[in-house]
Write a protein that binds this ligand. Structure first.
Ligand code: NAD
Ligand code: ZN
Length: 382
C-alpha cells in the first residue's frame, strides 16, 4: 500500500455536503445533503470550485433513464484527498475534471491516433469505472454519477485518470470551460479536421461548441466561416468568434445546404454538426464539397440516434467522422490549451454569458433549455 507522501496518513472519511440531485427526467434539481465516500484506490476527491453547464448534461437529464443522479462534467476544483496508490496528485492541487479519461497505457492511450481510452473512456452507466459502484449516497441509497465526474456537488470523487493538474495562474472560474465544450470545438477544428489556411467551413449550431470550432477555423486562416443557427440572436457573438456569414435556415427560401453550396462554389471544404440532431448531420454532409469534403459530427442527439443518408454522398468522395472531446488526449493536451488562453491566443471569457451561485443551478438549466445562454458558470460556496 502506498499513499502520496504529501498527504495525511489519517484515514479519510465520508464527507456530507450539498449536491444538486436530479430525481427524474426533466425534473428540477433538488439541493440535497449527500454523503460522498472517500476516494478509492487511484481516485481523488475534489472540492469543486466552478462548474459550467453543457448541453450534454441537459440532453442526458431530459432523455436518459438513470436516476437519481448528479450531473455536471465541466469543472475546476481543488484536490481534497487522494486514494491509495495516487502519486500524481497532492492535496491542494488545482485540477480540471475530464469526462473521458486517459489511463496512459491502453492500446488507445499509447496510440497517436485515438483519445478513446479503453479503461477510463466515456462512462454511460452512472457508475465509477473501477468497481461499478457509486461514491454518492443519501441515507445509504446510491446516487448515480454522470460521465464519472458529477460536478454539481460541493465535493466529488473522480478517477485520477479523469483529472488534469492546471497552472496556478489559470482562473478556475473561467477555465472550467476547457473541461468539455471549448476543447471539444477547438480540437474538432485543429486535430480532427486539421483545417488548412484559405479553406471554407460551415458550422451547424453556434453554441459554445460551434463557436469554438469557429474560433479554431479562424485561427487556422479559413477564408470563409459560415455559421448556421435557428437562433438569429447568435449572429453577433458568432462574428466575434470568426463567423463571416450567418444563416438562419428559417429565413431561407431554399434548403440551407444549397445556400452553403452556392456561396462556396460547390460545397465547403469542412462542415461541422454542433447541434445534436442526426438530420443535421445529413445536411452538414450535403453542404461539403465532392472529392475531399469532410464533415465532423460533434453533437449528442437527444432522440433518433440513427443516421440515414444517401450512399451517393460518400461515393462522391465526402467523409463523415465523429469527434469526442475534439480528439484531444485529455491529460496530455489540455494544459497547452490553457497556456494558449493565458497567452491570450484563444478567448473563452466571452462564452460565459452568466455566473450564478450553486443554489441557482436550475436557472442555468432553464436558460439553456430556452436557448438564452452560452455557458453559465456555477460558483460553489467558498
Ligand atoms: P448549445 O445548446 O449551447 O448550442 C447548440 C446550438 O444549436 C444553439 O445555438 C441552437 O440554437 C442551435 N440549433 C438547434 N437546432 C438547430 C438546427 N436545427 N439547426 C441549426 N442550429 C440549431 O450546445 P453546446 O453546448 O454548444 O453543444 C452542442 C452539441 O455538442 C450538443 O449536442 C452537445 O451535447 C454536444 N457536445 C459534444 C461534445 C463532444 O465531445 N463531441 C462535447 C460537448 C458537447
Ligand atoms: Zn460537455
Amino acid at each position: 500500500m502506498s499513499i502520496s507522501s504529501s498527504t495525511s496518513i489519517e484515514p479519510i472519511g465520508v464527507i456530507t455536503c450539498k449536491a444538486a440531485v436530479a430525481w427524474g427526467p426533466g425534473e428540477p434539481l433538488v439541493m440535497e445533503e449527500v454523503e460522498v465516500s472517500p476516494p478509492q484506490p487511484m481516485e481523488i476527491r475534489i472540492k469543486v470550485v466552478c462548474t459550467s453547464l453543457c448541453r450534454s448534461d441537459v440532453t442526458a437529464w431530459q432523455s436518459q433513464a438513470i436516476f437519481p443522479r448528479i450531473f455536471g462534467h465541466e469543472a475546476s476544483g481543488i484536490v481534497e484527498s487522494v486514494g491509495e496508490g495516487v502519486t500524481e496528485f497532492e492535496v491542494g492541487d488545482r485540477v480540471l475534471t475530464l469526462f473521458t479519461g486517459e489511463c496512459m497505457s491502453c492500446k488507445h492511450c499509447t496510440s497517436t491516433k485515438s483519445n478513446m481510452c479503453q479503461v477510463l473512456g466515456l462512462e454511460r452507466k452512472g457508475l465509477m469505472h473501477s468497481d461499478q459502484k457509486t461514491r454518492f449516497s443519501i441515507k445509504g441509497k446510491p446516487i448515480y454519477h454522470y460521465c464519472a465526474v458529477s460536478s454539481f456537488s460541493e465535493y466529488t470523487v473522480v478517477h485520477s485518470g479523469c483529472a488534469v493538474k492546471v497552472s496556478s495562474r489559470a482562473p478556475l472560474e473561467k477555465i472550467c470551460l476547457f473541461s468539455c465544450g471549448v476543447a471539444a470545438g477547438l480540437g474538432a477544428a485543429w486535430k480532427v479536421a486539421n483545417i488548412s489556411e484559405g479553406s471554407t467551413v460551415a458550422i451547424y449550431g453556434l453554441g459554445t461548441v460551434g463557436l469554438s470550432v469557429a474560433q479554431g477555423a479562424k485561427l487556422r486562416g479559413a477564408s470563409r466561416i459560415i455559421g448556421v443557427d435557428i437562433n438569429t440572436g447568435k449572429s453577433e457573438i458568432a462574428k466575434a468568434f470568426g463567423v463571416t456569414d450567418f444563416i438562419n435556415p428559417d429565413d431561407c427560401s431554399e434548403s440551407v445546404h444549397q445556400v452553403v453550396k452556392r456561396i462556396t462554389d460547390g460545397g465547403a471544404d469542412y462542415s461541422f454538426e454542433c447541434v445534436g440532431d442526426t438530420e443535421t448531420i445529413t445536411t452538414a454532409l450535403q453542404s461539403c464539397c465532392d472529392g475531399w469534403g469532410l464533415t465532423v459530427t460533434l453533437g449528442v442527439p437527444k432522440v433518433t440516434p440513427l443516421i440515414s443518408t444517401h450512399y451517393g454522398l460518400f461515393l462522391s468522395g465526402k467523409t463523415l467522422t465523429g469527434s469526442l472531446f475534439g480528439g484531444w488526449k485529455p491529460k496530455s493536451d489540455i494544459p497547452s490549451l490553457i497556456d494558449m488562453y493565458l497567452r491570450k491566443e484563444i478567448k473563452i471569457d466571452e462564452l460565459i454569458t452568466h455566473n450564478m451561485p450553486f443554489e441557482e443551478i436550475n436557472q442555468a438549466f432553464n436558460l439553456m433549455t430556452e436557448g438564452k445562454c452560452l455557458r453559465c458558470v456555477i460558483h460553489m460556496p467558498k
